[in-house]
Design a binder for this molecule. Structure first.
Ligand code: 3PG
Ligand code: MG
Length: 413
């Protein structure tokens, strides 16, 4: 049995029930328009299902970082039309996420109707997880659904506090995330490979430290590979490199040896004297042949093939971070090639592939393979914290409340 309740645990008919749904509508904006609507689309299945089941759907979300102040450019009112267009139903706006005005507005809503409440972070109590704010939000609803995995690493009033006060359930997107993550690292088919890239080791030390004890193969690329190469005494020229982390890098090698995890570093790399698109003098070299005035900008073709061979022996893959400076050609080659291999293995049915975090989605989209992975998380920070093995407060509260939520549900719903 799942460790958390889902919409399947609610009565089929929710006619007139007020359901507070925590979604993550924190989408990037450009000139007043939504630049990437992935998160809006991710919220649709839960919203549509609850509406179809007759619920009054009240959407709670933060939007940007307004620090407890009302800011017109961070009003969730800006998202009413984009969401309404995507879902193909009317969506109304409620000018606060708590308090008498919001309560009044909610009483005028009918079965199946949908509203976005104003940005939760317009209240200072949101990020402080203020009990009074959580209580006031909970007063608007009969049921709480959290569908915002990407905000679940925050113990805020709308992601954590309110869940203590209402019968609480995971929405469909949250459910899909948790099931995919469980398959990838909780109880995976082995062997398991992790690909970790990105610029800096310092931001991902905890991720590497956790993974090295859990996976069979740890493939390290991106700028962070340079730190590991340097720790092994290899000259990395002018490359991005955190020399001061040599000791931490060596500790990860040691942990890998103890736990039987093979750590894969590139043995050839793509270097250039300047970081620009298609610069003169770009070349692939053995890692031992990087000149003092060159910088490593991508994993080399031989190493990519070796990494691909590792993936072919694995049943499960977790991927976070690009292997090179993928936004600048030709330094996208390794990321694209390995992503295509992972996608092909997934389509063949031999690999479960889960990817997420910041640049990763952009890199997989660039390789045109995001749709071929088993699961691509829309989360940034939350995905990383999950990869660190940390408990996410917004998820933990759904797990812990199972027994008591059940009791209250039978009394109240
Ligand atoms: C995100 O975009 O990472 C989530 O929406 C969480 O936002 P935050 O980093 O401002 O808490
Ligand atoms: Mg963030």
């Amino acid at each position: 049995m799942a460790r958390f309740k889902t919409l399947d645990d609610l009565p089929p008919d929710l006619a007139g029930k007020r359901v507070l749904v925590r979604v993550d509508l924190n989408v990037p904006m450009q000139d007043g328009a939504v630049r990437d609507d992935t998160r809006l689309r991710a919220a649709v299945p839960t919203i549509a299902e609850l509406s179809d089941r007759g619920a009054i759907v009240l959407l709670l979300s933060h939007f940007g970082r307004p620090d407890g102040r009302r800011r017109p450019d961070m009003s969730t009112a800006l998202l009413v039309r984009p969401l309404s267009e995507i879902i193909g139903r009317p969506v109304r706006f409620v000018e606060d996420c708590q308090g008498p005005d919001a309560e009044r507005a909610v009483t005028t809503m009918t079965e199946g109707s949908i509203a976005i409440l104003e940005n939760t972070r317009f209240h200072v109590g949101e990020e402080r997880n203020d009990p009074a704010l959580a209580e006031a939000m909970a007063a608007l609803g009969d049921i709480y659904v959290n569908d915002a995995f990407s905000s679940a690493h925050r113990a805020h009033a709308s992601t954590e506090g309110v869940a203590h006060r209402l019968p609480s359930f995971a929405g469909r997107a949250m459910q899909a995330e948790l099931e995919a993550l469980e398959k990838a690292l909780g109880n995976p088919d082995r062997p398991v490979a992790a690909v970790v890239g990105g610029a800096k080791v310092s931001t991902k030390l905890a991720v590497l430290g956790h993974l090295v004890a859990k996976v069979d193969h740890l493939i390290i690329g991106g700028g962070m590979a340079n730190t590991f190469l340097a720790a092994r005494g290899i000259g990395v020229g002018k490359s991005l490199c955190e020399h001061e982390l040599a000791r931490e890098a060596n500790a990860i090698f040691e942990r890998g040896e103890e736990s039987g995890c093979t750590i894969h570093l590139p043995y050839d790399v793509v270097v250039a004297k300047e970081f620009a698109a298609n610069p003169a003098g770009v070349r692939a070299v053995n890692v031992h042949d990087v000149a003092a005035d060159e910088m490593i900008l991508d994993v080399g073709p031989a190493a990519v093939e070796a990494f691909a061979d590792v993936l072919k022996t694995c049943r499960t893959l977790v991927w976070n971070g690009p292997l090179g400076a993928f936004e600048t050609p030709p330094f996208d080659a390794a990321t694209v090639a390995l992503a295509k291999t992972a996608a092909a293995l997934t389509m063949e049915g031999s690999l479960v592939s889960v990817a997420g975090g910041g640049d990763t989605v952009a890199a997989l989209n660039h390789a045109s393979v995001a749709g071929d992975f088993s699961f691509v998380s829309t989360a940034g920070g939350a995905f990383l914290e999950w990869m660190e093995g940390r408990t996410l407060p917004g998820v933990a509260v759904l797990e812990r409340r199972e027994a008591s939520a059940n009791k209250r549900l039978h009394q109240e719903v």
